[in-house]
Design a protein around this ligand. Structure first.
Ligand code: ADP
Length: 688
């Protein structure tokens, strides 16, 4: 393809902001506040995050020119005690009425060692880890008339962080390339105890300079509100919108009358947000979003998040490529696959003495180990039930000090078309509390066979990781970095395990790409507004082969320990910095849209229409249009904002290997891969 070098004009941004941040920054090349805050910004930010106001004297005789500010926990004693009561396992359970709590407790102690008995996870605040939306799908599919949304509302909590002040300063990252918008930078809140590397391109702006470009976030009604989420957004200077409605809803669900708040005005900015945290995408929400707004899910992502749907998608590719797709335990969806399951388990050649075969029974759209039981060859399976799967049990897990564990690996997909995948450089290893055994008497012992935190935290011997780095080897959760160290101390090759994990993550995402891209096309979205973080649950067997057990589309952001809190807050800040939020003049945008609509009515949109249906053949013409150029520049810019994540697909050395697994050749993938192979844009000429 013929190269087009540097002849593209600036991106034509529909949100052209006169006299504001962008123009000023572009004009001067340097923000006037930059010199003042570079290197000093941390102290300023900490102070205002904690107290809500700027320190009076910026410069004092302290060694770094700043005076010492009281530590977070000293300044926020009250909020801390409130916070910890919201966050602690014990107190979170108190959201139930005391009678239901004691009933739950009794139920728990009766069943807590048993797999497959009554579900026990509603006690002790397990709701915080629930995949609420998945449950909805499951229950709908199963036709059960349970009002999930009512149950969800009952347990929705407003965390302390909602009441914390917003940072009075915002940090923006300047693009390394000419004529492109700056994007919001998400520094770590002070409790993380670590400063996020600010690149050279970060500059600070006081809130009052932002005017119509004020940055806002919203948490929709169908998702949990996590401290880490709110803290990260507020530390970046974003305002929470729709908060009054949230609090009002809470009062209603608590059974309090709402007469006192009937005169409360609706938040006029409740739709003028830059960022929306939502449960999985339903209805037409994408049609209501504006070009600069970002939402944390892709449409139809249950294709990955539901155990049965994931298996179906996996199987589509595995049937074609059985050698390469051999990383999910064989799964039977009930009732459809019942016959096949019975045939397999009654295989006359099967000799249990030689090779013990077990299966694990799971509700398709559940979580937290609910309803799971292990079944052997002769164990009965309830007939004529729907909504569950049975998978082959990995009976030979790799053990550490005799205990089974699994991994929670965080994967970020910022776009499906083109497909772009990042892997987080840390995660969790979650241990069973009791030593692993295949003794039949222990099949029902959840503390031996399940590694879910929501199960294990109820075990007598469960130890929390009290330190931020999670290197307490007796604890129930480790950081992946600690796991790596333990592997290496024992002469095990963790790097090769990690390489294999990357491979199977990429393959799994490719397997669910077709229905998700269908969902995107059906939604009518023309620019990508979505990103999604996946919690992959991976188990390593005794041969150090990783297997995918399931993927969570709404991994928990609850902070059950200082380590959890730190990891998850950093994770959100790192994700949002990569995703990239543009400051936008909401009002101006609306006006632009109206104008656009008018010109469409007048018939000026033929060019736009042409762009939507681009064909692979267009690529070979060597023509890159503005949309192609922007796609490439977005990618180039994005990979320069990455911290603690690794771009795992597409990269120069791997896209060829994975090409064949894609169900369809797509224009944008081809364009990006061509660029990665041989740059289509002369970046040198576009650097600032
Ligand atoms: P849930 O969504 O309810 O957490 P999972 O699929 O994650 O269900 O299973 C819960 C736990 O059961 C896992 O964390 C793991 O310890 C164990 N488990 C699940 N599937 C298997 C399997 N096929 N082989 C071995 N252990 C499994």
């Amino acid at each position: 393809m013929e190269e087009k070098k540097g002849e593209y004009k600036a991106i034509i941004d529909p949100l052209d902001y006169p006299e504001t941040l962008e123009t000023e920054m572009l004009k001067t090349g340097k923000n006037p506040d930059y010199r003042l805050f570079k290197g000093k910004a941390r102290a300023v930010k900490d102070q205002e995050i904690e107290s809500g106001e700027m320190p009076k004297a910026r410069y004092t005789s302290g060694s770094d020119g700043f005076k010492e500010y009281p530590k977070y926990h000293e300044k926020n004693k009250d909020s801390h005690s409130y916070n910890s009561s919201m966050g602690s396992t014990k107190d979170r359970g108190n959201s139930h009425s005391s009678s239901s709590q004691s009933k739950d407790d009794a139920e728990l102690s009766k069943n807590k060692r048993k797999i497959g008995k009554e579900e026990q996870t509603e006690v002790a605040g397990a709701f915080f880890e629930n995949k609420v939306d998945d449950n909805t799908h499951h229950l709908n599919a199963a036709g059960a008339a349970i009002d999930v949304s009512r149950r969800r509302q009952k347990t929705r909590k407003i965390p302390m962080s909602v009441r914390k002040p917003v940072s009075q300063y915002l940090a923006f990252i300047k693009s390394p390339f000419k004529n492109r918008s700056p994007l919001l930078f998400f520094p770590y809140p002070s409790y993380v105890g670590e400063k996020k590397d600010e690149f050279d391109r970060v500059f600070y702006k006081p809130q009052e300079d932002l005017g119509p470009l004020t940055m806002r976030f919203k948490i929709s009604e169908n998702t949990n509100i996590y401290n880490a989420m709110v803290n990260a957004s507020k530390a970046a200077g974003m305002y929470l919108v729709g908060e009054k409605q949230m609090l009002k809803k809470k009062r209603i669900t608590q059974g309090l009358t709402d007469s006192d708040s009937s005169d409360e005005e609706e938040d006029p900015n409740q739709n003028n947000f830059n960022l929306l945290f939502s449960g999985s995408i339903k209805d037409d929400i994408l049609k209501t979003l504006k070009e600069y707004q970002k939402i944390n899910h892709f449409p139809k992502s249950f294709n990955l998040g539901r155990k049965d749907a994931m298996w179906r998608n996996y199987l589509q590719v595995a049937q074609k490529y059985p050698v390469e797709y051999d990383f999910c335990p064989k799964t039977y969806i009930f009732p459809e696959d019942e016959e096949e399951f019975e045939d397999d388990r009654n295989d006359p050649d099967y000799d249990p003495e030689e090779d013990l075969k077990l299966w694990i029974f799971k509700p398709s759209a559940s979580s937290c180990g609910k309803g799971i039981k292990i079944v052997g060859r002769d164990d009965p399976i309830g007939k004529h039930k729907r909504g569950f799967v049975i998978s082959e049990y990995i009976a030979n897990p790799h053990l550490i000090e005799g205990r089974k564990y699994d991994l929670r690996v965080y994967v970020l997909v910022v776009s499906y078309d083109p497909l772009i995948i990042y892997l987080y450089d840390d995660g969790l290893a979650r241990f069973a509390t009791e030593k692993y055994t295949l003794d039949e008497d222990e099949f029902e012992n959840r503390f031996v066979h399940l590694t879910n935190y929501s199960v294990q935290k109820n075990a007598d011997g469960y130890t929390q990781n009290k330190n931020r780095s999670a290197n307490n080897l007796r604890a129930g959760k480790w950081s992946l970095k600690t796991l790596q160290k333990v592997f290496e101390d024992h002469g095990k090759d963790y790097k090769s395990v990690k390489r294999r994990m990357k491979d199977l993550i990429i393959k799994m995402i490719i397997a669910v790409e077709p229905p998700i891209v269908d969902g995107i096309e059906e939604s009518g979205m023309t620019t990508n507004l979505c990103y999604e973080l996946y919690g992959f649950d991976i188990i390593i067997d005794s041969n150090l082969k990783p297997w995918i057990l399931e993927v969570n589309i709404s991994p928990s952001f609850s902070s059950s320990s200082p380590f959890d809190k730190t990891l998850k807050t950093k994770l959100i800040c790192d994700i949002l910095t990569i995703v990239g939020l543009k400051p936008a003049n909401h009002e101006k945008y609306e006006n632009e849209q109206k104008k656009k609509l008018r010109s469409k009515v007048l018939g000026h949109s033929s060019e736009e229409k042409k762009n939507c249906s681009k064909q692979i053949e267009d690529l070979s013409s060597g023509e890159l249009d503005e949309e192609d150029f922007n796609l490439i520049m977005d990618y180039e810019e994005q990979i320069r904002r990455v911290q603690n994540f690794e771009l795992i697909f597409p990269v120069k050395k791997n896209f060829k290997k994975y090409m064949k697994f894609f169900a369809e050749k797509r224009y944008k993938n081809q364009l990006l891969w061509s660029h990665i192979k041989n740059p289509l844009v002369d970046l040198e000429s576009l650097y600032m």
